[in-house]
Design a protein around this ligand. Sequence first.
Ligand SMILES: Nc1ncnc2c1ncn2[C@@H]1O[C@H](COP(=O)(O)OP(=O)(O)OP(=O)(O)O)[C@@H](O)[C@H]1O
Ligand SMILES: [Mg+2]
Length: 244
Amino acid sequence: MKTAIEIKDLSVIFPSRSGPVTALDNLNLEIKQGEVTGFLGPNGAGKTTTMHVLLGFIKATSGYASIFGTDVRKSIARNKIGYLPEHPDAYRFMTGREILKMTGHLFLLKGKKLHTRIGEVLQLTGIEHAANRRIATYSRGMMQRICMAQALINDPDLLILDEPTGGLDPIGRQAVRQIINNLRKQGKTIFFSSHELSEVELVCDQLIILANGKVVAKGNSAQLIKSGENLEQYFMDVITTKDI
Ligand SMILES: Nc1ncnc2c1ncn2[C@@H]1O[C@H](COP(=O)(O)OP(=O)(O)OP(=O)(O)O)[C@@H](O)[C@H]1O
Ligand SMILES: [Mg+2]
């Protein structure tokens, strides 16, 4: 299997008034193409920062990161990425369909192809009933869904999803699980952060637990979790007992 994401000795240190904040501390990780990876860790562990480096939003202080073999500092590395931010938002004066059309244009999609793709992503994310309504009238979960649809419009090979189930009702969480499972069947690589440990256990091939900007555990749930325990217990053990 080819490598989808490679991160080597990556550090991110933010300046702040009270002194530098080390968000990532010589981070190393590798994600293979076609894998679904759950990225876990307490608040402030460095999950969003890792994603922001991969997306080219921030520059690492040191180290290296690549996507499908291309250095993330080159914009071409982001060609085949779909991204759902931690706090999804969209132009509220537009309708869901208009947002998707605009996003499609950014990826040079047009005409019948774009029309068909919009229909597909609306259906996949379960928001087609509200596609012609202004985003201003959407609930938080509906906003999450339309932004997920936006992330999928270019049929990306790699999806980076920062807490995709945050703010969703149980039906919405199940829908995200289904979307992830569908994408997995298509051979897509999915890297997503979450605090919903029971959800993560259900969909992931691999779990990576981050604390203080370092990987503290990595593997599939069968490798990590003792029989009779669950991911929440394991997570608490690893976070509270490891020397981090
Ligand atoms: N722009 C910034 N300036 C200063 N410090 C920052 C900045 N962005 C993030 N940090 C710090 O970097 C660390 C990692 O933050 P990050 O947002 O990556 O955590 P996270 O794992 O995504 O947390 P959460 O689960 O709360 O979303 C935190 O200590 C945070 O305060
Ligand atoms: Mg975050």
